[in-house]
Design a protein around this ligand. Structure first.
Ligand SMILES: C[S@@+](CC[C@H](N)C(=O)[O-])C[C@H]1O[C@@H](n2cnc3c(N)ncnc32)[C@H](O)[C@@H]1O
Length: 210
């Protein structure tokens, strides 16, 4: 069995990437998916949202201002960029903290909704992160992921699997299979939308039926 990359390695990759991150993963390529992910959260005024793997905070300006958002990430350098954005855009209802998404320091059912954008294939133990997202989200709350998952087309899937060793060096897995991953933690897709360049990414919402 292939050895999993340690969370420390993931942290180091994003520590180094932080100054260039917005240039590579910025608005042009990924904001369609980020906007769709916010729509799928189905937010109401006053909702408290957790965003895991918040990174440099590129999704933060897209939330409605009448919500309270807490963002967590492993990488301090990514969070420093997020803090700069929060200050620049005067996002008063937003805070970010260094925290491992697989060991969340929040009580059960403490958020109305939980989001992970471009996160679930970047983290070492995606099932553990999803279990934590389920635990801290209220029953019936929405859990949303926007991510690249393994293609259903066998030829594309083969290419994605071949590319994976390179993808892992730059901080993500290119061959994460969505349906098995969600089923492994008891999550059922509610809405699935194809997003971003050539519709190669997926935004998926799930109701938390814990
Ligand atoms: C590709 S970036 C996505 C950032 C942001 N969500 C966006 O839309 O641009 C993935 C982020 O997940 C973070 N990450 C990976 N594993 C994590 C974990 N176990 N706990 C918290 N953050 C993690 C990385 O540090 C990185 O900032």
């Amino acid at each position: 069995m292939k050895k999993q990359k340690s969370p420390k390695v993931v942290e180091r990759i994003y520590e180094a990437m932080a100054p260039y991150y917005d240039f590579i993963y910025g608005k042009l390529l990924f904001n369609e998916g980020r906007e769709v992910s916010i729509e799928l959260l189905d937010l109401k005024s006053g909702d408290r949202i957790l965003e895991v793997g918040v990174g440099t905070g590129l999704t933060l300006p897209l939330y409605p201002l009448n919500c309270k958002v807490v963002g967590v990430d492993l990488s301090e350098n990514m969070l420093k960029e997020a803090e700069k954005l929060i200050k620049k855009k005067k996002l008063r209802n937003f805070e970010v903290k260094k925290m491992d998404a697989t060991k969340l320091e929040f009580k059960d059912s403490s958020f109305d909704a939980v989001l992970g954008n471009l996160f679930i294939s970047a983290t070492t133990y995606p099932e553990n992160a999803l279990r934590e997202m389920i635990r801290v989200c209220k029953p019936k709350g929405m859990i949303v992921l926007m991510n690249h998952f393994l293609s259903e087309n066998p030829w594309v899937a083969r290419a994605e699997t071949a590319f994976n060793p390179i993808a892992e060096k730059i901080g993500y897995k290119s061959n994460l299979e969505m349906n098995n991953l969600l089923a492994s933690v008891g999550l059922k897709p509610k809405t699935i939308k194809k997003v971003n360049l050539f519709n190669l990414w997926t935004a998926v919402s799930m109701e938390n039926n814990k």
